[in-house]
Design a protein around this ligand. Sequence first.
Ligand code: BGC
Length: 734
Amino acid sequence: MKLLRRTLPVLIVLLSVAAAAQQATTLNKPQIEERITKLMEQMSLDEKVGQLNQYRSLKDPSDLKPITEGSIGSLMETGADKTNALQRVAMQKSRMKIPILFGHDVIHGFRTIFPIPLAQASSWDPAQVESDSAIAAKEAASAGVRWTFAPMVDIARDPRWGRISEGSGEDPYLGAALAAARVRGFQGTDLSDPNKIAACAKHFAAYGAAEGGRDYNLADVSIKTLRDIYLPPFQAAQLSGVATFMASFNDLNGVPSTANRFLLDETLRKEWRFQGFTVSDWDSVRELMLHSVAATPEEAAYKAIIARTDMDMKGDIYINHLAELVMSAKVPMWIVDDSARRVLRIKFLLGLFDNPYVDPAREKATLLAPDHLAAARTSAQKSIVLLKNDNNLLPLPKTGKRVALIGPLADDKANMLGDWIADGKADDAVTVLAGFREKLGPDAQITHVKGASILGDTPQADIDAAVTAAKNSDVAVLVLGETATMTGEAASRAYLDLPGKQQQLLEAVHATGVPVVLVVMSGRPLTITWAQNNVNAIVYAWFLGTQSGHALADVLFGDVNPSAKLPVTFPRTIGQVPLYYNYLQSGRPNAPKGDTMGYIDETIAPLYPFGFGLSYTTYQYSNLRVANSKLPVNGQTKVLIDIRNTGQRAGDEIAQLFVRVMSGSTSRPVRELRGFRRVTLAPGEIKTVEFTLSGAKLGAHNFEGVYVVDPGAMEVWVGPNSAEGQSAKMELVR
Ligand code: BGC
């Protein structure tokens, strides 16, 4: 054991050095470094600090002085004409002719809007997510935007937190796979490709661990949990060559991330060998004063730059105070040089010095291109999770049935796009009603009634109208949920039920006895426990973007068989939160008064477990085998299972592999995801699905933050979700 502790960290360190070398070849190109050096030799201190300054827009659009004086490194403008015009000022009128880097929140699409990230994560399909991101990059780049503040890779275990919608859910393994996919999609292999943009892994770090699920709140996280749960997606982004990182708003273990040397310097720069630059979050350098770690703006500038926040987003703190701090020898010159060099490195890598402008004709041809819309439809189809389907109520027949389409989101364009929609427009969106009409054609018998409001009052007459419509139909499809603005930033909720009178609406329609399909649009898990116990079918649609209505019609009327699986645990009630599948078991899992570490009035069983999702067909898992059940800590083994489509329709199944290490040097989760595979199966078809399990990846961090792989007993499962599956005993050996 001792020997292992000494040798394995070495193994891991070697691995990360190798990966860092790979990173260095991506971002550190000798010809570029030479050009930066030459440029920096001519730059004044003020011009260097200017590169570290970012605004949304010019404060006064008619005053171009901040650009001509070289005091702006980045702006958040979009549009070929606008960015070209501003860029021309920088390239022609400023002394150093350094191009502006235009950045924007291109989170799940630019003009063509894809499903929100949590929905994309439900596809468990890195290739799809990569291609969605590549399209977003292409559209953004055509509009002059060469930097996105994405991917958001924060692990979120608390659905009260509104920003759960912006990430990939609760699991570090899935989160890491999708973080890497998004970086590859945005950046490609060569940032100078005019269709590619620099990515930004955010929010570094543990922003999702906000206490109480309240946005911006402190995160108090052990070093073990930080490294095992919150950091892996960031490290995956770094290993994929991500160009930038954004510091999070929160205080992490007592130090706000923007001034957190452990995060930005020790971990990111020294340990991970990051070569790109870091940016603060919106005004978060100034906010150091509110965190009471800086009494003055000067001190805020000092603490942020020393911790290695390279760029000040919006705050005006660096531009006003940094040069003076250098002049008075409080901040060493080399730090500002290093920060400026990093910003310039990304600008050179993007090819901005050689090609600073974009072609407005290309922008026109790129935005909402037909293949982009087609991809958004596919992506949305893959993001829709079927949660319940009693007696195969779904798919609905395309003819011969009268459909009551009810709910505030049934014909709503703006909300279905979700939060953070860059240059997306509600007008481009296809509503559920429009999708149904197009799918069913002119003879369709669809009665559409709003039924209730999400925010604001719902008169009883609206609910009554919905009940009447349902009574006169063969099936009622209710499209209920949240508004887009109830999710995302500053949108934490203390209740997780359907807002407004939507629950009453649902119950009233259900009471008619007409079969009910509930479609939920939302950016977080909602506690739809009543619905699970009562309605016939439930489809979780999240927010699906521009092609929402088409994708939902494709699934509800059976042209597409749903395959998505939940990337996050659904609680039965808010009192269970935080609830996640990879918990550490207590010593009393079967307490005398309750069940597994539960409550006296509720179990800890979720409403739906992580990884759960149904299909219009059924799958049977059998014959799990482990090629080498004595797995060496530095070796690999294949894990195989047969999956058979036992239903009547072709479908895609996402098989998941979980492990449990039984004799860790620290407590280990009851299950941890270590692999997933999508497999397409025709009716009756059987395929063997193969996973590779590496001993070195079965470790965890101890309380000193050292990665340790502990030999001993372990168990492996392969199944359709985190609560089911076939299992086998294994042993990790030296
Ligand atoms: C958010 C970031 C975002 C930034 C710029 C902040 O409020 O936290 O995620 O990238 O604004 O819009």
